[in-house]
Design a binder for this molecule. Structure first.
Ligand code: FAD
Ligand code: SIN
Length: 529
């Protein structure tokens, strides 16, 4: 391991962390710390694409209006305008980093349409946009002389004193060593927390570490109850993973139907299958309850197979693997947890309430998404706020007021038991089902209160295991999942209304006025080290 001084530590290697690192490397030395292989991230699995106004048939005003509409009265208009105005530049920056997007025969960007968008404005790379973006950004950071990458290194906690972030505590893999870095600035780009739910679209890394670390450090958290459930993941009794069927499939023309082949979305929203996600998700849950079926269907049977294959090659292939013939079979789909709309409260430069700590991407609460994120605005938000954060960081690094030191190695107690892994695995499954059943798509006061009681029990067990046997990545990830779940359930209990993707069957109406929920220091502090 290099013993070097770094101006920046970036935690996370998805779109937000990598794009920020690339820009900061122009004026500083950057260390990227990531807990898995560098490419493993939510970004890698993004399908649909990036929302951007790319031609005169569309307008910034329309993109802003659609985002505000989906956000159900809770978006910060200035943050929304910022991403909409900078989207075209962000796409051009990605193209300069060799990201390839699909074009039409006339050389224009091929634009898909997704739910809640009044126009086709999704720039994409077939149905695997995230993989293309992540791969090119990884190439760029790997070849940059000012960027060092620590893969398979797990950040356990932030080092914070007097509301100032001094650095990060890292668990050194395969040893009992903890490694502390003290950069000038720290960026949290740790992504989402989909893993707190039994059914989710996220990879296993999405355990909400950044939310939990920031919260333990005293950062202000905003609107954590707004968990977005994607309406259409492939329903399969055999599959080991959850596979998304991008909204762009509905934008392409596929309609949602019940088993009898009847459409139903017209009874829920004038935009039918292309209504905002929260509405489609609840409509599907309702249909499933009415019919007693475990799924509904997407119908592509009347579409040209060659066109389907051209636009959605991965989805087409996966459906074939599942034995589905799209000429004769409809695709069975069901909702799953997908995205955290709230997060660590940040300003327009991605600054958190803790000095020298930024947050960007899915872990940040920028105010862009309000109560429900508009499709394909997440990758865009990561790009735009990484850029404003890098501009802010440049001023701070160049003013050179902050100190930097060499890394410090500490001996710590680490848990090497094989049985530990089984205990944590069974507690994780219990937590995921608890959250799905009590803090999921439809919530009630009774369910949320029960959930909070159980979470406290789980936390007590984890903390006592840690105290007795020491820490491990698995233990801390589970603790982070508990912290995130508590934040979601606490905020959901506080919000006695139904708005956006937060639905309370005991409070089905919306208040006249939209208010944010904030949390700061409400959960008992659990210092991990
Ligand atoms: P991520 O890409 O999730 O990266 C987080 C990084 O942090 C990872 O590298 C992880 O290993 C690292 N990390 C986390 N905790 C630690 C720790 N303790 N120590 C060290 N490293 C850590 N959005 C769109 O806009 N358009 C789409 O088409 C789209 N499709 C999607 C499809 C799927 C299946 C999914 C799951 C999401 C999709 N989204 C889409 C949402 C979007 O992909 C994510 O919100 C976005 O990629 C988040 O980027 P990020 O950089 O914030 O985090
Ligand atoms: C999708 O492709 O449907 C996901 C897009 C998103 O989450 O923004």
């Amino acid at each position: 391991m290099k013993e070097e001084k770094y101006d920046m530590v970036v935690i996370g290697s998805g779109i937000a962390g990598l794009f920020y690192a690339i820009q900061c490397a122009a004026f500083s030395k950057v260390l990227i710390v990531t807990k898995g292989n560098i490419g493993e991230s939510n970004t890698m699995y993004a399908q649909g694409g990036i929302a951007a106004v790319m031609n005169d048939k569309d307008s910034i005003e329309s993109h802003v209006a659609d985002t505000l509409q989906a956000g159900d009265g809770m978006c910060d208009r200035s943050a929304v305008e910022l991403i909409a105005k900078n989207a075209r530049q962000a796409i051009s920056d990605l193209v300069n980093l060799h990201v390839h997007f699909n074009k039409t025969e006339t050389g224009d960007f091929d634009l898909h349409r997704e739910g809640g968008h009044s126009r086709a404005r999704i720039v994409h790379h077939a149905d695997a946009t995230g993989k293309e973006v992540e791969t090119r950004l990884v190439d760029a950071v790997r070849h940059h002389p000012n960027i060092t990458i620590l893969e398979n290194h797990f950040v356990v906690d932030l080092i914070v004193e007097n509301n100032t972030c001094l650095g990060v505590q890292i668990l050194h893999p395969g040893s009992s060593t903890q490694l502390n870095y003290y950069p000038k600035l720290t960026m949290l780009a740790t992504g989402g927390a989909g893993q707190i739910y039994a059914h989710n679209t996220n990879p296993s890394i999405a355990t909400g570490d950044g939310f939990a670390m920031a919260y333990r450090a005293g950062a202000c958290m905003m609107d954590m109850e707004f968990v977005q459930f994607h309406p259409t993941t492939l329903y399969s009794q055999n599959a080991k993973d959850t596979f998304l069927i991008t909204e762009a499939v509905r934008g392409f023309g596929a309609e949602l139907k019940n088993k009898a082949g009847e459409t139903f979305m017209e009874t829920y929203h004038p935009m039918k299958s292309l209504a905002p996600r929260d509405i489609v998700t609840r409509a599907i849950v309702n249909e499933m309850a009415n019919t007693g079926e475990p799924c509904v269907y997407l119908d592509l049977r009347n579409f040209d197979t060659a066109e389907i294959q051209k636009h959605f090659p991965n989805i087409y292939a996966r459906c074939r693997e599942e034995g589905l013939n799209l000429r004769t079979d409809m695709i069975p789909v069901t909702p799953a947890a997908h995205y955290m709309c709230g997060g660590i409260k940040t300003d327009v430069y991605a600054r958190t309430s803790i000095n020298n700590l930024y947050a960007c991407g899915e872990c940040a609460g920028t105010g862009v998404h309000g109560a429900n994120r508009l499709a394909s605005n997440s990758l865009l938000e990561g790009l735009v706020f990484a850029t404003t954060a890098a501009a802010d960081a440049k001023k701070i690094v160049e003013s050179d007021k902050l100190s930097e030191t060499l890394p410090v190695f500490n001996e710590g107690k680490t848990d090497t038991r094989k049985s530990g892994s089984l205990i944590y695995q069974s507690m994780k499954v219990y937590l995921q089902n608890l959250m799905w059943n009590n803090a999921g798509i439809i919530r009630t006061q009774t369910g949320l209160e029960y959930c909070l009681e159980e979470l406290e029990e789980i936390k007590t067990v984890i903390l006592s295991e840690i105290e007795q046997y020491g820490i491990s990545q698995q233990a801390v990830e589970l603790l982070n999942m508990v912290d995130c779940s508590q934040m979601v359930a606490h905020s959901a209990l506080q919000r006695k209304e139904s708005r956006g993707c937060h639905y309370r069957s005991d409070y089905p109406n919306k208040f006249g006025e939209a208010n944010h929920t904030f949390m700061q220091g409400a959960i008992k502090n659990t210092q991990v080290f």
